[in-house]
Design a protein around this ligand. Structure first.
Ligand SMILES: Cc1ncc(COP(=O)(O)O)c(C=O)c1O
Length: 382
């Protein structure tokens, strides 16, 4: 299949409502019909004989799904476990840290809001200090991130938490360079790759980090509730899931593969999501999305006379463009504008208050075409 099949032609492979410009794949993804059908099929298999399924079929099926996912993200299946989402994976790592009073954990000012909370929690509980490296925005180059993070690491830093692709500001961080920097200072690294699988060509094992968390329900097209946690061999001894169950003390896979009775269909359907991607080609999807994203960012920047949040080299399938509005950059103003754009104009796009301005964060996915962004550009915003 070729990229001519993207855009309008492919929209009916998804459940997306007609008549809306959906520019927010980044928030929760959008799952193809075929992938949801595969998840349904797993549910039916489970209910045909629940005990047989849970005890005899599930363990092997889960490991096969992990192997398939591992092959896609540059990891061995036995080095990664499924989790419900990036939040759960991050919590597992942070809550397994043995922090002491006076220790420091570093992240950046671009950290995802829901990741900042468990960071605050574990630091407060241990009497440790959370340090947020002040990364400027808009950003001119990767070096600004590197310098900010380098300045934030001290002899007391126990862990660096960095985003692979930031949420509010939609920038690809130079994670390999940041990992090398942290390791040279003896600091362990957790990469929050919530947006990376499917958006970027991943080789997790080559990054040199200690932990990597990713979502499959965003850019990988899996059903919602599908994420993973990868851990380096020597980082696993004290690593436990946020929910402890039968597998406690029996090793990484035993601890994470069973955290209580649940519906595992979203995890198992990751295989169908990978098959969906393979039909078009992962590289073709990435290229289509990146190219459309850059054209859309240019279109909006020209229409509004405002800059994007970073250079094209730091963008994947998402970008932020400053809104040409005098309003204060408050959460209330962002919420009101977001609601107005959808309710009056049928445009779903997140509005982000950041660094004293309001920004529109656009996503580009295979069901989008340039008309979706034209619709946003043509709205009289003031
Ligand atoms: C950078 C980043 N980290 C973590 C998350 C949390 O993802 P989830 O809600 O799937 O746990 C998000 C969600 O958008 C994110 O953008």
């Amino acid at each position: 299949m070729t990229s001519n099949h993207f855009g309008r032609a492919i929209r009916d492979r998804f459940f997306l409502e007609d008549g809306i410009a959906f520019l927010n794949h980044g928030a929760y993804g959008a799952t193809p019909r075929a992938v949801l059908a595969a998840a349904d099929e797993w549910r039916r298999r489970m209910e045909a004989q629940p005990a047989r399924f849970m005890q005899r079929e599930l363990p092997g099926a889960l490991r096969r799904a992990a192997a398939a996912l591992g092959a896609f993200v540059g990891a061995r299946g036995e080095d990664l476990v499924f989790v419900d989402n990036a939040t759960t994976g991050v919590n597992a790592v942070l809550r397994s840290l043995a922090l002491g009073a006076g220790d420091e954990v570093s992240t950046t000012t671009h950290v995802y809001g829901a990741v900042r909370m468990p960071l605050r929690h574990v630091c407060a509980a241990a009497g440790a200090r959370l340090v947020e490296a002040d990364v400027p925005f808009p950003l001119g180059s990767e070096d600004e991130i590197y310098s900010a993070v380098a300045a934030a690491l001290t002899s007391r830093t126990r862990l660096l938490v960095i985003d692979h692709v930031t949420s509010s500001t939609a920038l690809i961080f130079p994670v390999a360079r940041l990992v090398a920097l942290a390791r040279s200072r003896g600091v362990r690294v957790l990469i929050d790759g919530a947006h990376a699988p499917g958006m970027l060509d991943l080789d997790i094992a080559a990054l040199g980090c200690d932990f990597y968390v990713g979502n499959c329900h965003k850019w990988l097209f899996a059903p919602k509730g599908c994420g993973f946690l990868w851990a380096a061999r020597d980082g696993r001894d004290r690593l436990h899931p946020a929910v402890i169950s039968h597998g406690y003390g029996k090793g990484f896979l035993a601890e994470f593969d069973w955290t209580g009775t649940r519906d595992h269909s979203a995890w198992l359907a990751v295989v169908a999501a990978l098959e969906f991607i393979a039909r078009f080609g992962a590289a073709e999807i990435r290229a289509h999305n990146h190219d459309l994203l850059l054209r859309a960012a240019r279109l909006l920047g020209d229409a509004w006379g405002t800059p994007a949040g970073g250079p094209p080299s730091m963008l994947g399938s998402m970008a932020t463009i400053r809104l040409p509005l005098p309003q204060e950059a408050t959460q209330a103003n962002a919420v009101a504008l977001h609601a107005r754009l959808f309710e009056r104009h049928g445009v779903e796009v997140p509005i982000v208050p950041f660094a004293g301005a309001l920004w529109a964060r656009i996503s580009a996915q295979i069901y989008n075409d340039l008309d979706d962004y034209r619709r946003l550009a043509e709205i009289a915003l003031a």
